[in-house]
Design a protein around this ligand. Structure first.
Ligand SMILES: Cc1cc2nc3c(=O)[nH]c(=O)nc-3n(C[C@H](O)[C@H](O)[C@H](O)COP(=O)(O)OP(=O)(O)OC[C@H]3O[C@@H](n4cnc5c(N)ncnc54)[C@H](O)[C@@H]3O)c2cc1C
Length: 506
């Protein structure tokens, strides 16, 4: 017998990726037999239709839902993502991979890259830092196999995420959720009713007159933010002075080659372009700042540089980078685009939806809505958003690119938290992961070095071992990573064997 205060009805407003991720997780993980879940969406109002690259925690999230990864990949036309190749971000012609997974292995409790820095300074042939990361080397050779469970093997260090078709992912999670009792209501939300005594949401009014009452409401209405923004007036904290991108054009194109197992991000005069390879097609998009580039030119740049025939007309998206002042206010929790938005440079938005709903489940309120649950949720969410904001700003700040847009971002003031991180790394390569930070030391190291910030000196802790002994170990790791990468099946062989998707039907 549950408590009389247990939530009776959770109402999810919106059925894009956020709505269906929330429905799937809540139906699986709050299975108390007393809480009904209803999702309201309108076929008249389209989803954003983008959001196709992810980061490694998604595999754990899907497993938590009991989803078979092979089935999931087949049904969503998914491919493997081993990281992002940044092309032209430091300067034209330069490229580096921000891979998933670690570089080398710690020696004597000192980070591997510290030895790499030292040996390099001693004039040893240590090659590029990416040669020590299996995901990066596998990406370079277009190969993939899942991590080996034996922690002694190099292959145990493989880390990966997915690219998938956003529409197929939402449809897949809808089937999953409805099979677990989630009720879907088709209808347009016309109004949100607030209780006069405390401003809590009491119901959603649909255009056809129906009314849906609930205890807890999840706002997944996208940029419209019908509950948290429009009805409740929770302010938006604008970060566009640091991340000035505000526009994107997205277009799908025909697949012309075997899909790459990584996302490509190519710097452009006022922004950048993504290439996301799926099994059946390629996703492309140009993210730009309209103060420095008009839509027509942005479209021309995009269409001139995609491979394969365009399958759709480019679709235009507008956004303001930032976050809600509160992600959870009274009895409304915002997930997805209604909660805030950071451009897709490091593919973090879907992760924030997953992280948001799992945090919500961990802090699930009852009908009394103890403010400590809400406050903890907000504190954790704001911290993760701000840490990720800093990580994104780093890509723009540390560059040698020139031109009106790049001059602005290269010279702009940055948050103190980021300035301190850069300074600490620049002095002798030290990095720390604060609290529950999404991007760890290997991620920061990869992007700091990739964007041209090299430590002036290595950590003195790396001096405890003889340089020639270390050189041998480092060389051994380099060879082992290379051999392992070359032994793996190609990415296409892996897809064919593990999860070949059916040919799409037009
Ligand atoms: C250019 C761009 C590229 C991106 N790329 C990535 C990426 O690579 N990786 C990543 O992780 N994320 C990415 N994202 C973010 C990702 O697309 C979103 O986080 C994700 O799609 C979630 O969107 P959503 O569900 O919040 O909103 P939406 O997709 O907009 O869904 C909103 C839902 O609300 C419903 N709705 C709205 N108003 C009403 C109403 N009045 N009545 C009834 N229903 C209503 C709609 O019908 C729809 O179902 C990108 C975003 C943009 C803009």
């Amino acid at each position: 017998m549950n408590s009389p205060h247990t939530l009776s009805h959770i109402v999810i407003a919106g059925g894009g990726t956020a709505g269906w991720v929330a429905a799937a997780a809540l139906s699986r993980l709050t299975n108390n037999g007393e809480t009904r879940i209803t999702l309201v969406e309108s076929e008249e109002i389209r989803t954003v239709g983008v959001g196709e690259a992810t980061i490694p925690p998604i595999a754990m999230f899907l497993r938590l839902l009991g989803i078979d990864l092979s089935e999931f990949m087949r049904e969503t036309q998914a491919t493997i993502k081993l990281g992002i190749e940044f092309e032209g971000w430091l300067r034209e012609g330069h490229r580096y991979i921000h891979p998933f997974g670690d570089y080398g292995r710690d020696i004597n409790a000192v980070r591997f890259y510290q030895y790499w820095l030292k040996l390099r300074a001693f004039g040893k042939d240590v090659g590029e830092i990416e040669e020590y990361c299996l995901a990066a080397m596998a990406a370079r050779h277009q190969r993939f196999a899942p991590p080996d469970p034996d922690p002694r093997t190099v292959q145990s260090s493989m880390a990966y995420a997915f690219h998938f078709d956003a529409a197929l992912y939402a449809a897949y999670l809808r089937r999953y959720s409805e099979a677990r009792g989630v009720r879907r209501v088709e209808g347009k939300i016309a109004d949100v009713t607030l209780r006069s005594e405390d401003g809590y949401v009491s119901s959603l009014k649909l255009a056809d007159g129906r009314e849906i009452e609930g205890d807890l409401f999840i706002d997944c209405t996208g940029f419209r933010a019908l509950l948290i923004g429009k009805a409740m007036g929770v302010p938006y904290v604008d970060w566009s002075h640091w991340l000035p991108m505000n526009s994107a054009l997205a277009v799908q194109s025909e697949r012309v080659a075997d899909p790459l197992p990584y996302t490509r991000s190519t710097a452009r005069p006022a922004g950048w372009q993504w290439t996301i390879p799926l099994q059946h097609r390629t996703g492309n998009g140009h993210v730009y700042c309209s103060d420095y580039m008009n839509d027509e030119d942005a479209g021309k740049i995009l269409l001139a540089s995609i491979s394969g025939r365009p399958l759709t007309a480019p679709s235009q998206l507008r956004f303001t980078t930032g976050r809600r002042a509160e992600f959870w206010s009274r009895n409304v929790v915002a997930l997805g685009l209604s909660s805030g938005f950071m451009e897709p440079l490091e593919s973090t938005s879907i992760h924030f939806i997953q992280a948001g709903v799992t945090k919500l489940i961990a802090l699930l309120p009852d009908k009394r809505f103890n403010p400590i649950e809400r406050d903890t949720y907000n504190r954790l969410s704001i911290m993760q958003f701000e840490q990720t904001r800093d990580f994104l700003i780093l890509h723009y700040k540390a560059t040698e690119r020139t031109g009106p847009f790049w001059d602005y971002v290269r010279n702009m003031d940055i948050p103190d938290t980021l300035a301190q991180k850069i300074e600490l790394f620049r002095s002798n390569g030290r990095l720390f992961r604060f609290e529950d930070e999404l991007f760890g030391e290997a991620n920061w190291q990869s992007v700091l070095m990739g964007q041209g910030i090299m430590p002036e000196r290595w950590d003195p802790m790396a001096d405890a071992l003889d340089v020639n002994v270390v050189a041998k170990q480092v060389q051994g790791i380099r060879e082992a990573v290379r051999e392992t990468a070359l032994r793996l099946p190609t990415h296409q062989e892996f897809l064919t064997r593990f999860c070949a998707a059916p040919e799409p039907v037009d």
